[in-house]
Structures are given as C-alpha cells and as structure tokens.
Design a protein around this ligand. Structure first.
Ligand SMILES: Cc1ncc(COP(=O)(O)O)c(C=O)c1O
Length: 379
C-alpha cells in the first residue's frame, strides 16, 4: 500500500508515541488533582503549552487545548458570536472546511447573517470582495489559511490587516497549514487560529485554538475550570504531550519536510506526464500559492468514485476531498465553488503526500494510475 492521504490524517511519529506512553501508565494523574500525580500531569500540560506557544510565537496564555480542529473552529465561531453584542454579520468563504461552514449554518439558524464569499477558479478569495462584503454590523471574518482539498493558500495577511482596520475579529483555520507554512502568531494580524495535532504526525482527538490576549470569547463547553475556564473537561494529557512533541518535530524539520514534499509533488507530476500524458489530466488549485503536500488532479473520463475504488484495489490510498465527504458521492463543495466544468469536478482526486512517502514511490503511483486509466477509459 502507498498512503497518499496525509491531509485526512497522518500516522503518529514514533517519537510522539514514545513521549505519550508514560501519560497512559505511570503518570496518569488528573491535572486538576492536588497530589503528586496531579502535579506531574499539570506540569506536563504546562510544558506542552509552553513548547507549542514558543514554536508558534504566542504567549502560553493565548493557547487553548481542545479536542479537535473541529472543536477549535466551533469554539472560535460560537465564542465570537456570543460576544458579538448587537452585531449580527459574519463573512466567510464557500471553500471552508465543514467545521466552519456547518457552524455558520447553525449560527444562521440562531439569527446571525453569513456572507459566503465566492472564490476564483484557483480557489482563492479576493481581498477586495472581502472588503466589499463588510457591513457596519460585521463582527467576524473567518478564512482558512490553506484549503484541505486543493491546497490553495489564502491572502490571510491582507485580509487580517483589513479586519484590524475595520475593528472586525479575524479567525483563521490553519489546520492544514500547520507544519508546512510559516506561522508567527505575534506577527500576524489574526485574532483566532485553529489547529489540530493529527495532521502533523500527532495523535487524533487533540486540537488547539490561539486567541489573542485582547480577544475574549465565550466558552463553548461549561463545567470545571480547566483551560482557565475557557474549555471545561479533563485534559487529554497524553494527547497534549503528543501534540507538543509533534509540534517540536514539525518546527525543527519544517524546511526539510517542505523540500521532501515539493520533491514528491514534482515526481508525481513528472510521472503523470510520462505515464498518463499532460493532455489527459488537469491540476486543480493555485499554481504557486499552494501547500506543498497536496496535489488535486482531475482525470476527465474517469469518475472520482471509479478512480478511488481502482486506486484502492491497486494499493493506493487517496481521497476525493475532505475525509468527511469521501465515502459519499457528493461533488466537493470546494471544486463546485471554483466553478470548474463538470468533467473536472466529477473526476477529481486528492493526493496528499507526507513523510511516509519516498520520491521513488511516485513513479510507481503514476504507473498504476496509467494502467487504471487505460482500462477505465477503454470501457
Ligand atoms: C482545514 C480543516 N479544518 C478543520 C479540520 C478538522 O480537524 P479535526 O479532524 O481535528 O476535527 C480539518 C480536518 O480535515 C481540516 O482539514
């Protein structure tokens, strides 16, 4: 099997697992307990927070551990909405992850108004359109750093500067960007930013939310006073320790990882040119403003589900888009928003590379794709 679905999730790095294990066994304490076991766990959580804050350039008090990237997005949106006062309007884009889009739909049911901005054919939103959409009662803009289906990177610095100049909160979903794009929170005009550990070789079920010190969002979960009363619930100590270790590994090796991912991408493209022919496939997304790890490709004449099934049978794990939509035959909302022709949206496959891949795998992947395509198209 060749795993090319790292945007869905990544395997836990062995050093991450090793760092986590003691917190399941010997150091199993509850961080809220006052005895030595509790202290041990509390110190571990505090060290993890310091580590992550250090790598991302924020203060530890601006970092909140959550249960997932989805929870971080929801906390940001509902938390901002409950402090919006008289203001009712949110601006987002049509290509956000469902964790943002479905939260926005729920907010509409609760009486808020949401503008879902279109994107161009490469998946990018225009800063001018964001500007034109702002109203006196806009309290929040939510735009992702990089898209999980096509990898397109959004102009978050320009949008953030605009938001600051208009006194509007700015939330960024950086779940896919973490580990490959530069993030220095104290230099970015961003108020809220969402993260998830399992996209960077950390464990599933642990996320993070950055909230600028001047931003007060209402909690999303009520109960104990964990996370300074901003997120109740006993901390996932092993997960948090694993997240911090994964963050350190990602921080220390970002340049090397990005170089490898670029090489894997180039190898895959070269392989497709040789085995499929450049006129028989099409790349979706932005040619330069993009993540290095995602290659979204359409093979007109071979539908997405047929291709995915054949790829799986031939030992290649890829996806149609976000993990939440794979398994269903729905056309991706991202490709739809990019207004691509039906034959392109209906035949798109997302390959997402990672550190488990080697450049030599990519030629083999292209060979198998070439064989599948010849068979499927000749039917
Ligand atoms: C852009 C983006 N946002 C949010 C999420 C949700 O993160 P989690 O799986 O941790 O809930 C994902 C996961 O695929 C994602 O790609």
């Amino acid at each position: 099997m060749i795993y090319l679905d790292h945007a869905a999730t990544t395997p836990v790095h062995p050093e991450v697992l090793e760092a986590m294990l003691p917190y399941f066994t010997l150091q199993f304490g509850n961080p809220s307990s006052l005895h030595a076991y509790g202290r041990d766990a509390r110190i571990a959580v505090s060290r993890a927070r310091d580590e992550i804050a250090g790598w991302l350039g924020c203060s530890p008090s601006e970092w909140l551990f959550t249960g997932s990237g989805t929870e971080s997005d929801n906390t940001a949106l509902f938390g901002a909405a409950s402090r919006a006062g008289e203001k009712r309007h949110i601006v987002t884009t049509q290509v956000e992850h469902h964790a943002v889009l479905h939260a926005c739909e729920r907010l509409e049911q609760l009486g808020f108004e949401v503008t879902y901005l279109p994107v161009d054919a490469t998946g990018r939103v225009s800063v001018e359109e964001v500007q034109a959409s702002l109203r006196p009662d806009t309290f929040l803009i939510s735009v992702m750093y990089a898209n999980n289906e096509v990898g397109t990177v959004q102009p978050i610095v320009e949008i953030g500067e605009l938001a600051r100049s208009r006194g509007v909160l700015f939330h960024v979903d950086a779940v896919q960007a973490l580990g490959t794009l530069p993030i220095r929170l104290n230099e970015l005009p961003v108020d809220l930013m969402s993260f998830s550990a399992h996209k960077i070789y950390g464990p599933k079920g642990v996320g993070g939310l950055y909230a600028h010190k001047a931003v007060h969002i209402a909690p999303h979960l009520y109960g104990g006073s964990q996370e300074r009363k901003r997120r109740a619930g006993t901390e996932n100590v092993p997960g948090i320790v694993g997240f911090a270790k994964a963050m350190r590994l990602a921080g220390e090796s970002r340049d090397i990882r990005v170089r490898l991912l670029e090489e894997l991408r180039e190898e895959l493209i070269a392989g497709l040119n040789a085995e499929v022919g450049s006129e028989h496939y099409r790349l979706n997304g932005h040619p330069t403003e993009r993540l290095p790890q995602i290659l979204n490709v359409s093979f007109p004449g071979a539908s997405t589900d047929t291709m995915l099934m054949n790829l799986d049978l031939n030992g290649i794990a890829a996806a149609s888009g976000s993990a939440c939509t794979s398994g269903s035959l729905e056309v991706s909302h991202v490709l739809k928003a990019m207004q691509l022709p039906d034959e392109v949206t209906g035949s798109a496959i997302r390959f997402s590379m990672g550190t488990t891949n080697e450049p030599s795998h990519m030629r083999e992947v292209s060979r198998r794709i070439g064989t599948i395509l010849r068979r499927v198209r000749s039917r």
